[in-house]
Design a protein around this ligand. Structure first.
Ligand SMILES: Nc1ncnc2c1ncn2[C@@H]1O[C@H](COP(=O)(O)OP(=O)(O)O)[C@@H](O)[C@H]1O
Ligand SMILES: O=P(O)(O)OC[C@H](O)CO
Length: 511
């Protein structure tokens, strides 16, 4: 048995690769920034070649740093930004259009049009998602309708659709495998989360041809082997999951009641709810978790906050008031409180639980006494408030309130943010030793498939706490701060989605 598992973590702003040893410790990391392209207002694209190149360079960097070779790698696991949509030519492998990123809002009017046709409930009840441009389906439709000949070629079976996992698997296997796992498939808005398969019916409303679809595989199991040209010998690709489900797995979130928040570009809260795909009445998503066997799928509630770390990035790159994201912590600590300044970072609209695509960001409550520190503090606090809104919405759906929140991702390194999160939630926030849990989850999934690790029980024993943040704020202060935050959110809201899911009305026609 070789020494390492190689995890590829293809995120929105960077491609990372980490080698993990049998103790679940990261041995070496490679990382490349992924350029963002904004061709029009509210459009966000990635260059597929840049996704591929940055990912492969990151992998080679990690292998070189560890002084390892392909012989030292037992298997590869993939975790990826989800929903981001690519279509490529099956024969040449050439994408017909750049990747349309999950944050891209170009299809939000189209979503409104489809909602007006009364289709929203049909989609919610089958997919566990909402009718929002966040998900892949209307992005696929946009490419088919706007790229010359794309629809004709797709109908002739010449084009393949994939989220980033599928695209990487395709490239890694030299065009031999077109597959996706159920956690990624479930983010497309054309995957039926109870039947655990593509839904022809949901595809038909958007006129999406079946020939573009990938095979659906479990998150654990050998999917294919890398082209020997890439690493010098074939390596099995043995695990794949959307990055948020991978992070829940890396947090040992195998059982109902465990919840995690990953603080990256966005912030994504997943709470394991067991084997029933319960549909929320509170604008919370239902999504399959990473699984070893499709027939025995389990589910999580998910709250997707679109802008979290990106608010800090904007302070650094857009306003130029921070030299690094890490500096935000020291700057925020220079003021004793926010002095009434709130930032609502709705740069690409608001996600859960508001789902308001047209809302735009704002900083409110400024006075002549406000300083850069208040703005920085308000940005960090906004991340915690958004998580609170999501957890409150989830709590209304769950019988037992959450006892603690596990955290990970880039911004979870910020102790100020984590303490404020515990204060504002009123429950402990627990940070594990390894905060690269997305990559760790991908490694676990691959390692289980090839016998590198033996069971989920063994993986659970590897999870170790770095720090536990206990709440230190009294209830009345928590409530009054949260009230002020909600007033600020009220100022940027444009629409209030209103829906009522009634599965009985849908009848038995679930296909
Ligand atoms: N110490 C920090 N405090 C606050 N935000 C941070 C800190 N470190 C990183 N971030 C933010 O976290 C994000 C990077 O986290 P990462 O997990 O790498 O994101 P992603 O996987 O979405 O690309 C960036 O948006 C950055 O601004
Ligand atoms: O790239 P991340 O880590 O911010 O994750 C993006 C999510 O998968 C979008 O749903």
């Amino acid at each position: 048995m070789s020494r390492y598992i190689l995890a590829l973590d293809q995120g929105t702003t960077s491609s990372r690769a980490i080698l993990f040893d049998r103790g679940g410790s990261p041995i070496a990391t490679g990382q490349r920034e992924l350029p963002q392209h904004y061709p029009h207002l509210s459009w966000v694209e990635h260059d597929p070649e840049e996704i591929w190149e940055t990912q492969i360079q990151a992998a080679k960097e990690a292998i070189a740093k560890a002084g390892a070779s392909a012989d030292d790698i037992e298997a590869i696991g993939i975790a990826n930004q989800r929903e981001t949509t690519l279509l490529w030519d099956r024969r040449t492998g050439i994408p017909v259009y750049p990747a349309i990123v999950w944050q891209d809002r170009r299809t939000s009017d189209r979503c409104e049009e489809l909602k007006a046709q009364g289709l929203e409930n049909t989609y919610i009840a089958r997919t566990g998602l909402l009718f929002d441009s966040y998900f892949s389906a209307t992005k696929i439709e946009w490419i088919l309708n706007n790229v010359r000949n794309a629809r004709k070629r797709a109908e002739a079976g010449e084009l393949a659709f994939g989220t980033v996992d599928s695209y990487l698997i395709w490239r890694l296997t030299g065009g031999k495998v077109h597959a996706t796992d159920l956690t990624n498939a479930s983010r497309t808005l054309i995957f039926h989360i109870d039947m655990l398969d593509w839904s022809e019916k949901l595809m038909s409303f958007l006129d999406l041809p079946k020939g573009i679809l990938a095979d659906i595989v479990p998150s654990t199991g050998i999917i294919g082997y890398t082209d020997p040209e890439i690493f010098g010998k074939p390596i099995p690709i043995a695990g794949v999951a959307g990055d948020q489900q991978a992070a829940l797995y890396g947090q040992a979130g195998f059982r109902p009641g465990v919840a995690k928040a990953t603080y990256g570009t966005g912030c994504f809260l997943l709470r394991h709810i067991g084997e029933q795909a319960v549909i929320s009445e509170n604008r919370i998503l239902t999504t399959p978790v990473a699984c070893t066997d499709i027939e025995n799928a389990s589910y999580a509630f998910e709250g997707s906050v679109f802008n979290a770390g990106s608010a800090i990035q904007w302070l650094r790159d857009g306003l130029g008031i921070l030299s690094s994201a890490d500096e935000s912590e020291a700057v925020a600590r220079t003021v004793k409180d926010n002095e009434g300044v709130y930032m609502v970072p709705a740069f690409t609209g608001l996600g859960a639980p508001y789902w308001d695509p047209d809302a735009r960001a704002a900083i409110v409550g400024l006075t002549r006494g406000s300083t850069r520190a208040h703005v920085v503090r308000a940005a960090l606090e906004s991340i915690a408030y958004q998580c609170k809104d999501v957890l409150e919405a989830m709590d209304e759906e769950c019988e037992v309130p959450l006892r603690e929140l596990r955290v990970d991702g880039g911004a979870s390194r910020n102790d100020f943010l984590m303490q404020f999160q515990a204060n504002i939630l009123g429950i402990p926030v627990v940070r594990p030793k390894v905060t690269e849990t997305t990559a760790l989850g991908a490694a676990y999934l691959a390692g289980l498939a090839v016998g590198f690790w033996s069971s989920e029980e063994e993986l659970e024993s590897l999870w170790k706490i770095d720090r536990r943040f206990e709440p230190e704020m009294d209830e009345s202060e928590r409530e009054s701060l949260h009230f002020m935050w909600q007033e600020a959110v009220g100022q940027v809201r444009v629409s209030s989605p209103d829906f009522d899911v009634d599965e009985d009305e849908l009848g038995d026609d679930w296909a």
